[in-house]
Design a protein around this ligand. Structure first.
Ligand code: DON
Length: 304
């Protein structure tokens, strides 16, 4: 019988001993202030149990992890439109790279790189009555917790320095793949990325993707087939030019963010979130990847 708590404790201690903890990002100035020694893991299993270690109840900036929740909301509203405007191929390039977007006539490779997520933000603005309020409520509902908020300082910090995102949105606009104004779309996108959640809140929010589209509170969020497709996109594109490495080492669909979080899941089995703010050169949490590799190795619970 596996003792998940004992496994998490071993992984936690081993990862903390790692000499290289990566580096906090500096391109969003507000994120550079986070304590690099923060580290938490939270596991939620399908038998209704949950296990945590370290800073699993501390809030952090979910950043690109939000792209999966935005995608699921967009798919629930207008499934067909999404795939006319965005492809489903791994990009093999960093999350903010622009060259492919120009070569491929303004159709982003997938919805998890920045240009694809900016189109998702555009779709949400066009289809929600009060976009920022409605999206926050969507995440609160998934989490079953109203204590989830935007961090306006982080959103503003990114707004002041998000030159590449402005470039991406302008490029999309020039290819007529953005309906709303660049400023409006990026304002939504920066807010979405600034949402703060704990590891334990994220394992609740992502439960529906492991549970055929049905949330922890038993609500149908998306269809089983839509959940399958989002998981496929997380597996192939969730870690940008490190998606192959994550599949190779960990073997789960997952999504990272430059705030240092990673959410990964095994359908019908569990959701796990790690948070360690030091990133590797590809922008993914160094200790988080290490911990998840250890978790699926020790438990033998991966999709492969
Ligand atoms: O748009 C950006 O660059 C950030 N708000 C999000 C990037 C991110 O989290 C990439 N993930 N590892």
């Amino acid at each position: 019988m596996l003792s998940f708590q004992a496994i998490l404790e071993t992984i936690y201690k081993d990862a903390l001993n790692a000499e290289d903890k990566g580096k906090v990002p500096t391109y969003i100035p507000e994120l550079a202030n986070i304590d690099i020694n923060s580290f938490g893991i939270h596991l939620r299993t399908f038998d209704g149990k949950d296990y945590g270690i370290g800073d699993f109840n501390k809030k952090f900036s979910i950043q690109s992890i939000s792209k999966v929740l935005a995608l699921s909301k967009a798919i629930s509203l207008v499934n067909g439109t999404v795939w006319k405007r965005i492809d489903v191929e791994p990009s093999g390039h960093p999350f903010n790279q622009l060259a492919l977007l120009e070569i491929e006539n303004g159709k982003p490779r997938n919805p998890l790189i920045n240009s694809g997520a900016i189109i998702i933000a555009d779709i949400l603005i066009s289809n929600l009555k009060n976009p920022k309020e409605d999206f926050l409520n969507y995440i609160r509902e998934l989490t079953g917790d109203n204590d989830v908020n935007y961090n306006l300082t982080v959103a503003n910090s990114e707004k002041n320095t998000g030159f590449k995102n402005y470039a991406a949105a302008n490029l999309l606009k020039s290819f007529k793949n953005l309906d709303n104004s660049v400023d409006e779309v990026l304002d939504f996108y920066f807010h979405q990325c600034s949402i703060e959640m704990t590891c334990s809140q994220l394992t609740k929010a992502f439960y529906f993707l492991a549970n055929k589209g049905v949330s922890l509170s038993n609500k149908n969020i998306i269809s089983e087939s839509q959940a399958k497709r989002i998981n496929a996109i997380m597996l192939t594109c969730g870690f940008y030019d490190e998606a192959g490495e994550f599949a190779f080492e960990v073997g789960l669909p997952g999504k990272s963010g430059v705030g240092g979080g990673i959410v990964a899941l095994l359908p019908n089995n569990y959701v796990i979130t790690t948070w360690a703010p030091g990133l590797n050169l590809k922008g993914n949490s160094k200790l988080g990847m290490l911990a998840l590799e250890q978790f699926t190795t020790k438990t033998k619970l991966s999709i492969f």
